[in-house]
Design a binder for this molecule. Structure first.
Ligand code: URP
Ligand code: ZN
Ligand code: ZN
Length: 461
């Protein structure tokens, strides 16, 4: 069957460098042409034309931090690759980079195979993998090259969570192993030893509910671990990515290290830009609503939120991703009703990130900055540019047509994330993904899926 050329006609085409009026031509799985000023009417014959006047046309958004269909030590996440990538696409995200995670006693190859088994053939949006290393030994070191050959150039280690974390020497060795090919190490920066001790103390003080969670993971736990990572990066010269930065103290560590030439990328997430630690006091109908916000690192004080927002405006943040790691409030998080330490850590966000970011920064940032923060930044950082993150001839036909005039309300009842709440219930969103294309196929329209599942694995270099 011949593929019909699709033309996105008359939109404002967005790149991090500029916005210009024009048409985008999709042929099969690629962008065939980007035409400033637009095609002549006669050239539209035989094409499927989408009138996108009044819309911003972005390269599809990339969420570089998700955990789909993953055992996290306490429970399985609620979203599978199928539901998670469908939800992502409804919100305008056309590629996720998910954390394939090695369990202790497992090889990296086994972890990668398990992630492919879960994802292949089920996805609406495209998917790439970072490889999270939890068992560092000689065999794991030798597998790093295999991972590279399989298209994985970014890795992750943890400084917290007993079943995952590596010590400092092991972290240094991982950095040394990936430096020769300029790989990047994403690191969960919290001091796990301190967290364990503080959790014990908070619980012994009789604080058993969700409000114990932030008390046991204070700012210093994050900042100390970020500082340690900065020194390990300085020592080895390897690139690092500070994931889900949540504190002003942590930001200061990154700033200081960058001044010393450390190649540190910085990620934060919508929850740290929009929500603060008063949420842990929410009770709701069953007295346990604060558990919705139990994620690590925890939500912080309003002053931290303000500091992170300033960092976004100052261009210090390379990309905003979600750390989407969804658990139902009822049946999963509520198993920690008597002990906050047993509440599975994580929250949903993959569907709503573009709307949240563009709404909350609508007075301060424009489409070019949104393009960098939501798409191009991650594509560049993680070896996907210009195949992804670019509106250019030859790039993949992953496109988000964004209607900035749309108004809608975020709510659990209408979301596609397979989870029984959203932390953003009632949020009045300004702007919405009107049309979303993955590999040239229309996968979502006005926030609803079409049913197409063209998502493919993205091997990176
Ligand atoms: O609480 C969180 N963020 N859970 C997901 C795993 C991680 O720390 O990134
Ligand atoms: Zn983390
Ligand atoms: Zn995470």
């Amino acid at each position: 069957m011949a593929t019909v050329t699709k033309v996105l006609r008359g939109g404002s085409l967005v790149t991090p460098e500029g916005v210009f009026a024009g048409d985008v031509v999709l042929e099969g799985q690629r962008i065939a042409d980007v035409v400033p000023g637009g095609l002549d009417a006669a050239q539209l014959d035989g094409c499927e034309v989408f009138d996108v006047a009044g819309c911003w046309v972005f390269p599809g958004f990339i969420d570089a931090h998700t955990h789909m269909q993953c055992w996290t030590g306490m429970d399985w996440t609620a979203d599978s690759f199928e539901t998670g990538t469908r939800a992502a696409a409804c919100g305008g995200t056309t590629t996720i980079v998910d954390y394939a995670t090695q369990d202790r006693g497992m090889t990296l190859t086994q972890a990668l195979d398990a992630w492919h088994e879960r994802a292949d053939g089920t996805c609406t949006a495209n998917y790439a993998f970072h490889m999270a290393i939890a068992d560092w030994n000689e065999h794991t070191r030798q597998e790093i090259d295999l991972m590279r050959d399989a298209g994985i150039t970014s890795f992750k280690t943890y400084f917290a969570y007993d079943h995952l974390r590596l010590d400092d020497a092991q972290t240094m060795e991982v950095l040394e192993a990936i430096k020769p090919f300029d790989g990047i190490l994403c690191v969960h920066c919290e001091n796990g030893t301190l967290v364990n001790e503080l959790q014990r103390r908070v619980f012994e003080r009789g604080i058993t509910g969700p409000e114990g969670h932030p008390l046991s993971r204070p700012d210093e736990c994050e900042a100390e671990a970020i500082g340690r990572l900065m020194y390990l990066s300085h020592l080895t010269g390897a690139r690092v990515n500070v994931v889900h930065c949540s504190t002003e103290l942590g930001l200061e560590e990154v700033r200081a290290a960058r001044e010393h030439g450390v190649r540190a990328m910085l990620e934060t997430c919508p929850q740290y830009l929009l929500l603060d630690d008063t949420r842990y006091l929410e009770r709701g109908e069953d007295g346990f609503a604060g558990a919705k916000y139990v994620m690590s690192p925890p939500l912080r004080k309003p002053t931290d939120v303000a500091a992170l927002r300033r960092a976004v405006l100052a261009g210090e943040v390379d990309q905003i991703s979600t750390d989407h790691c969804s658990f139902n409030l009822h049946g999963q998080k509520d198993r920690g009703r008597a002990d906050f330490r047993k509440i599975p850590n994580g929250g949903p966000g993959v569907e709503h990130r573009p709307a949240l970011v563009m709404t909350t920064f609508e007075d301060d940032l424009g489409p070019m900055e949104f393009c960098r923060l939501l798409s191009t930044g991650a594509a560049r950082e993680f070896g996907m540019y210009p195949r992804k993150g670019a509106l250019a001839a030859g790039s993949d036909a992953d496109v988000c047509v964004w209607d900035p005039a749309a108004r809608w309300t975020i709510g659990a009842a209408t979301q596609h994330q397979a989870v029984d709440y959203t932390p953003y219930e009632g949020f009045e969103a300004h702007g919405r993904a009107r049309l979303v294309f993955v590999g040239g196929e229309l996968v979502a329209r006005d926030g609803e899926p079409t049913g197409a599942k063209p998502g493919t694995y993205v091997a990176r270099s």
